[in-house]
Design a binder for this molecule. Structure first.
Ligand SMILES: [Zn+2]
Length: 100
């Protein structure tokens, strides 16, 4: 009889995998093969250097609802994004557009 260690490893922490809806993603000019699944991704915020996780759900929203190009990715944490957005808004006002 072989000894079987109870393989309940905690290493595999809950990982979300969401299927990609190929009819909704924006491949742009890229002819790379599209991904089949979204899964949680680690990234480092380019502004503050925080280690962040870009969840599969957020990716799905980003690529399928926003229809951002497939080769774009999250590079900022939520705080920095909010700051950036506020900054862009300011710039927008400065450039003379009246639209709010
Ligand atoms: Zn940041």
């Amino acid at each position: 009889m072989s000894k079987q260690s109870p393989s309940k490893k905690l290493k595999n922490k809950h990982k979300t995998r969401l299927p990609v809806d190929l009819s909704r993603i924006n491949m742009g000019n890229s002819y790379d093969s599209p991904p089949e699944f979204y899964s949680d991704r680690d990234y480092v915020c380019v502004d503050c250097g925080n280690q962040e996780i870009w969840s599969a759900e957020q990716q799905k929203w980003w690529y399928e609802t926003v229809q951002a190009l497939i080769y774009t990715a999250e590079i900022r944490c939520r705080d920095c994004r909010a700051k950036k957005r506020a900054w862009l808004h300011q710039e927008h006002l400065k450039s003379g557009h009246k639209k709010v």
